[in-house]
Design a protein around this ligand. Structure first.
Ligand code: FES
Length: 570
């Protein structure tokens, strides 16, 4: 098999000349023939001044390179797109597939025998793993790691569960301008990803469970020296994979490893975004993910990790309690320990290294869980025939069975304009409805599902209401919030038919979300909608590609043409 610099030669119709030319150019950078004869490990550089979560990327890059060279291979760094949650307009999800496409194509286009992807901020790991699954080159994932915690007035806090909670307190008039400004400087005290169990942490835990990264890679804090050593070791592992040619992502991403990932997602109180990303990753393989299986797992698997927003602690506490290896041990028979990992062994070997930390209470046992049931439930009903997700672990128990009057917002802009209007006719037991915020409708399915409590109700002390939408929600958010309603309203979903004043019933135990309106009336409304309910197709560019090709949430919001066709080769 062709390896190293001889891989993927540029097409001139003369392979000898193509290699001669390639070597002539790379020698301009000072490489020797000895270096150029080695197996090559590509390393993605997602450093960006716009991405503070990846602020330690340069240190990790140097460490990975050191590991690759210590193991006798040649490291080659290359840039890819970097996406930060707060610096992506209209929303980071709009760009995830672009990053996945770009990363995949650069892995395919450039000569490398293995690749190390360094990422972490919410959309980056999913994009990189989608790319790796499609390119199917031996891949090691190095997450940038979580931030350390902040402190304010004796309270431990962090991004971004506490950003939302304290902003809510400010909106309710409980925190003045000066204090909220002080808090603003304390919520994200270091580089690294949000240190609650948000999407970044969820995806890092899933990545470790899938065997795509080394043990403890999800939890070591971003600024710690231990993470730099992990990066060096990852480089060594990648160099070995460059020589042996495996394991490839297709050997690691199997129905058994996807089930393990869903078990862990439920047990950590994971982000609802995790299921969208895992569906997208599975769509790049031959193994589709089933929402019904996720729900069934949720009835078996309790929440064991005591992290915000479902619990009390933060990622560094999870790390010091033993991290993912310890969690996998606590899960016992619920995890298939024979699934392989990049190290060449199985999860069983990872669990064997799990540390016992006396007195730790962050990683519980199934006998003493944080919540008796899993984090997420899958709802169906006449409002969500293709499914919807509710993070019951972060919901208010008294609202899990609730019937209320709908207060409907037609778009994110409509909600922003009216939600705080003192004249808005809304009460605490109403159901807030947001539509046209799905993959096509917004477009890009923004994290707008965490509809704010209308100011006038917040000032009366209302902390939670049932809120439903076809949008997503940040994994760091909390509340009784139904998300990912599928199909979305802009793709002909029944959410488009809801009107203010209708009754909506949420029954989490029965897994139902229903609009209590007669079918005859719904048919009449459907006939009256016509074309106006469809997504607007942008005139040109990536936005047009996106709206024309993006799939619904149950298929991971990937582009239809990027999913693996059944039986096709990577
Ligand atoms: Fe980057 Fe939260 S903003 S992980």
């Amino acid at each position: 098999m062709t390896r190293g610099l001889r891989k993927g030669l540029t097409t001139y119709g003369d392979e000898g000349f193509a290699l001669f030319l390639r070597k002539a150019f790379i020698k301009a950078a000072g490489y020797s023939n000895d270096a150029l004869d080695r197996p090559i490990v590509g390393i993605t550089n997602t450093y960006s001044d716009y991405n503070p979560c990846h602020g330690n990327t340069k240190i990790l890059l140097d460490a990975v390179k050191r590991g690759v060279m210590l193991a006798g291979a040649l490291p080659m760094e290359f840039p890819t797109i970097s996406i930060h949650e707060s610096f992506a307009h209209p929303t980071s999800m709009f760009l995830r597939n672009l990053m996945a496409m770009e990363t995949e194509e650069m892995i395919r286009a450039q000569p490398m025998d293995a690749v190390v992807v360094i990422g972490g901020c919410d959309k980056t790991l999913p994009a990189q793993i989608m790319a790796a699954a499609s390119a199917d080159l031996p891949t090691v994932v190095v997450p940038v790691g979580p931030m350390v915690v902040g402190h304010h007035r004796g309270e431990v806090l962090g991004a971004c569960t506490d950003c939302r909670r304290l902003w809510g307190a400010h909106r309710a008039g409980e925190m003045d301008e000066q204090e909220i400004e002080t808090v603003n400087g304390r919520l994200a005290p270091s580089v690294g990803t949000c240190m609650v169990m948000g999407t970044a942490s969820t995806m890092a835990c899933i990545t470790e469970t899938l065997g795509l990264s080394l043990p403890m890679s999800a939890t070591i804090p971003a600024p710690h020296a231990e993470r730099v050593r992990l990066a060096e070791e990852s480089g060594k592992v990648a160099a070995k994979m460059a020589v042996t040619g495996g394991p490839r992502p297709s050997e690691l991403l199997t129905p058994r490893s996807f089930r393990n990932a869903m078990v862990v997602m439920q047990a950590i109180g994971g982000s609802t975004n995790g299921i969208i990303h895992l569906s997208a990753i599975a769509g790049r393989t031959d193994h589709a993910l089933s929402l019904d299986e996720l729900d069934e797992i949720g009835r078996l698997v309790p929440v064991l990790v005591d992290l915000k927003p479902s619990g009390q602690h933060y990622m560094e506490h999870f790390h010091h309690a033993g991290g993912v290896p310890k969690l996998l041990r606590q899960l016992g028979d619920l995890i298939d320990l024979d699934t392989p990992t990049i190290s060449g062994g199985a999860l069983r070997d990872v669990v064997a290294t799990a540390e016992d930390v006396p007195g730790q209470t962050v990683i519980r046992s199934p006998a003493a869980p944080i919540k008796a049931l899993g984090s997420m439930v899958v709802l169906r009903g006449n409002l969500a025939p293709g499914g919807a997700i509710l993070k019951q672990a972060a919901a208010s128990p008294h609202l899990l069975s609730h019937t209320g009057r709908a207060v409907v917002f037609d778009s994110v802009a409509d909600m922003a304009e009216r939600i705080d209007d003192p004249a808005l006719d809304v009460a605490a037991d109403d159901v807030l409805v947001l539509r046209n915020a799905g993959p096509k409708g917004a477009p890009g399915m923004p994290e707008a599902g965490y509809l704010p409590i209308p100011k006038k109700l917040a000032r009366q002390g209302v902390k939670d209401m049932v809120r439903i939408s076809d949008a997503r929600m940040s994994g760091t958010a909390f509340g009784t919030i139904v998300l990912h309603i599928t199909p979305e309203s802009a793709a002909g979903g029944p959410l488009a038919l809801a009107q203010t004043g209708d009754l909506i019933r949420l029954d989490a135990e029965a897994r139902r979300l229903d609009l209590l309106v007669e079918e005859e009336e719904l048919s009449r409304r459907r006939a009256g909608l016509g074309e106006q309910a469809n997504a607007v197709i942008p005139e040109r560019g990536y936005a047009r590609l996106f709206v024309e090709n993006v799939l619904q949430a149950d298929e991971g919001c990937d582009f239809d043409f990027l999913r693996r066709k059944p039986g096709s080769k990577p």
